[in-house]
Design a binder for this molecule. Structure first.
Ligand SMILES: *Cc1c(COP(=O)(O)O)cnc(C)c1O
Length: 496
């Protein structure tokens, strides 16, 4: 059979659908199909006899694909922060799958993969205005969660190593483990100081052995909970027997707002971190791309808030959100290649040695030994769009979010959160709002999502249900999309 025909049919299907939710019919059909292949004692996941490629692929096209949500296929899927899949990145991603190139060791005579990764990572640094000479530790991860795990792992190692050194102990935490390092250095607690931290910081804290309870939220005020209280950070750092990682939310997920207000805040944090041997990690999953916006008045405030991130020790960015490459792409930048290599080195296996080179082997910089060629879609996108094209894509996202905020601000039915002032140049890509009518507000998210023409996420703000619009798809078309959004919101309010 011609598998190529199926490839293109599936890709066409996936790219031409424009629904936010699957059709009820398709889901029911799929459930029935899966149930019919389930008889007692039989496992539907592995038939005795194979059904053959054409049967399986048409099943995927006809029942599974229509049962998925169309998050990448429409510009009006505003749930979570879900980027789309830019066609150029998608084509490159398909090549990655076809070639199945492993990216593990830098072996320049055998494969250009690590060189392409290096160029892509340097391109990303350029895109977010970071100096490649200062950010020598850089790698692709599975996503922002993966990058946060790397950041906390490096931070943990660094702060403990510093304490050990001060005690004259030359052993390192990667060797001693957390317990050994803490005992050796007289450390009683390792804390993560943050504000508005993303849930995945808690998960990362659990994974790297610090524990979820190590996170100390230090909000600046009740009205600005995303903002970090620097005086409180300083007081915490001064406490003896503890070591600290400062985790900056550069883009809080409900409001899009930043934990720091710009260069002055970050300079102060840098001084404190240096004085008390702590580590600054920035979770900039989507917010970091505020640094890529054009230097015009329209984006001045956002760019100001995102300033100073260059003073951190490690940075998380997401590839599969605003950047619009397919899933399985996160980015991690670290200023301390030595720390990163110490933590993640897989170097003891002689057969995996790539020799000495400017480009370190990826297996010594992150979690995986073998992994996917994650760089190629990013490389393809950056080469295809250039700085200007990327800027324009980010600009469209911000303008769309601002159009939604402006529309809600003037609506008699809806209310902007955290406050009415949070619009205009304060809006990045996320808009938080609620219905003024409490009865409508309770069902607002599901009413919007039931339309199938627009999808939003529900969240809680100040103990009340709220609605989040996160614009992150390359397809966004401000003039067309805002009409649909307004029509949906007005209809829902009018019918309630
Ligand atoms: C989405 C997000 C994450 C988690 O990213 P994944 O790519 O889903 O792993 C972490 N931090 C922030 C701020 C995010 O927006």
């Amino acid at each position: 059979m011609d598998l190529g025909a199926y490839h293109s049919a599936l890709a066409r299907h996936a790219n031409t659908a424009s629904h936010t939710l699957p059709s009820r019919e398709a889901v029911d059909q799929l459930h029935a199909l899966l149930a019919s292949s389930t008889s007692p004692g039989r496992n539907p996941g592995l038939p005795e006899q194979g059904k053959g490629a054409s049967s399986v692929l048409s099943n995927i096209a006809n029942t599974i694909v229509p049962s998925l949500n169309g998050q990448a296929t429409t510009s009006r899927y505003y749930g979570f922060v879900s980027g789309g899949s830019h066609p150029v990145a998608q084509a490159a991603d398909n090549a990655v799958t076809a070639l199945d190139q492993n990216v593990m060791v830098h072996l320049p005579d055998q494969s250009a993969a690590t060189m392409v990764e290096d160029v892509a990572l340097r391109g990303l640094l350029e895109l977010v205005n970071l100096d490649e000479e200062r950010w020598k530790g850089r790698t692709f991860t599975t996503g922002a969660t993966g990058s946060n795990v790397l950041g906390l792992a490096c931070g943990r190692d660094y702060v403990l190593a510093k304490k050990l050194q001060k005690k004259g102990n030359t052993a390192t935490p990667d060797h001693l483990g957390i317990l050994g390092a803490c005992l050796g250095a007289g450390v009683k607690s390792i804390r993560i100081l943050s504000s508005g931290s993303h849930s995945t910081i808690g998960k990362a804290a659990s994974v790297v052995g610090l524990g979820r309870a190590s996170i100390v939220e230090l909000p600046f005020s009740e009205s600005e909970p995303w903002r970090l209280d620097l005086a409180a950070v300083e007081a915490m750092l001064q406490e003896n027997d503890s070591v600290n990682i400062v985790s900056i939310s550069a883009g809080e997920v409900n409001t899009g707002r930043f934990a720091t207000t710009g260069l002055e805040d970050m300079k102060r944090l840098r001084d404190l971190a240096d004085e008390y041997d702590s580590w600054i990690h920035v979770d900039g999953a989507f917010g970091i791309f505020a640094r890529s916006l054009p230097a015009t008045d329209e984006f001045k405030l956002l760019k100001q808030w995102a300033e100073g991130i260059e003073l951190a020790d490690s940075i998380t960015a997401d590839g599969h959100k605003c950047l619009n490459v397919p899933y399985d792409t996160g980015i991690f930048f670290c200023k301390h290649l030595d720390v990163q290599t110490r933590v993640f080195s897989n170097g003891s296996a002689a057969y995996l040695s790539g020799g000495s080179s400017e480009i370190p082997s990826p297996m010594n910089l992150g979690l995986e030994n073998s992994r996917r060629f994650r760089a190629l879609p990013v490389y393809a996108l950056l080469q295809s769009e250039g700085r200007e094209g990327m800027q324009q894509m980010f600009v469209r996202m911000v303008r769309m979010a601002r159009a939604v905020a402006a529309s809600i601000r003037t609506s008699e039915h809806y209310e902007l959160l955290p406050s009415v002032a949070d619009q205009g140049d304060k809006t990045h890509i996320i808009v938080l709002f609620r219905a003024k009518n409490d009865d409508l507000n309770r069902v607002l998210v599901s009413k919007i999502n039931q339309t199938g023409r627009m999808y939003v996420s529900g969240t809680m703000w100040n103990g009340q249900p709220a609605c989040r619009v996160a614009v992150a798809n390359w397809k966004v078309n401000v003039d067309e999309d805002i009409k649909v959004v307004e029509e949906i919101l007005n209809t829902i309010a009018g019918n309630s």
